[in-house]
Write a protein that binds this ligand. Sequence first.
Ligand code: FE2
Length: 427
Amino acid sequence: MLDLLIHNATLPDGRTNMSVAVRDGTIVDVAQGLHAPAGHTIDAQGHLLSPPFVDAHFHMDATQSYGLPRVNQSGTLLEGIALWGELKPLLTQEALVERALTYCDWAVAKGLLAIRTHVDVCDPRLLAVEALLEVKKRVAPYLDLQLVAFPQDGVLRGPHGPQQHLDNLARALDMGVDVVGGIPHFERTMADGTLSVKLLCEMAAQRGLMVDMHCDESDDPLSRHVETLAFETQRLGLHGRVTGSHLTSMHSMDNYYVSKLIALMAEAQLNVVANPLINITLQGRHDSYPRRRGMTRVPELLAAGLPVAFGHDCVMDPWYALGSGDMLEVAHMGLHVAQMTSQAAMRQCFAAVTTQPARILGLPGYGLEVGCHADMVLLQARDTIEAIRLRATRLQVIRRGQVIASSAPSISQLQLDGRPHEVRWMP
Ligand code: FE2
């Protein structure tokens, strides 16, 4: 006897009339038109059944702090960092936990069941680390949180000095933070940025951990720390375990240099995370017109075989006033900013918020194959492109075979010329 049988589903690869059978929280069969007794049955009515959304880049310690202690006036990355610095001494663990848990509720409602979040480790109290480790434990039954030790003020530049910041980072990792972070473009000099990449990659190599650095989040075409990140990855044998987040300077780099750089990144098997909502908002702020989009070269990186994910990065914090945990909104923006408008490219945008980030995070048991965790989201759309177009309603969100969230189908009632009718948003 099965625990759950979903039938008449469309899968992201385009297969229709598919059934997914679940026992003990695991997918035990995926086939067309299965019939078997089950404790619970869901008729997907031809809707898209996808593995859950995954966010490869977020800041859960800052979420929902918008307006605290004031709003970012210039809209720049640098004012956001300064504002976060003003807020940090005022943070309490209770407030951090509460805001993060609220965000996790939003995420689950949107079918987002795995998040890699950076956590600022510059404050020697490590308040945010303690808070997010607590949140990680509490949400574990329904949401996978992966934490990155992130020296927001620069591991070498920050106010407490390099040794204190390196110690903070090591302590955070000892406490259970999963990944080593960094921010080389924010260090005082190019040389310090290079040194920070070297030190942090060595720390990760010694501990057998992954690396995810905010790297070259800048419009400066000469911000080339990703080159060092690729070099250190290759030197230390960290292939496939290192992620360059943002890489916005690549947008402005010389094409000849990029042709060399992407090959080096591919050789090191770097992972890439672009953050379309935030990149289009923060980059180009010093331009008049034409104004640069700032997002990294997503189609070219994909064409070179690098895994590329789209992250949400910020929701209602010093850098970004909007957002709701909806990874389809992230994919929608990424598609536009990167002009990924072919059918194949639009499907890649859906993969950039599902399978690609799952691969980058190294999530075990992710997917819709036999043996995978029975984690799924049923969307009110017929395929992945329609899901992005409509930012489709999450009809059911399933974790380990249990429905943990549901939403009513989106239907609008119209009254035109005294004639009532419905718009179902799916022709
Ligand atoms: Fe970030």
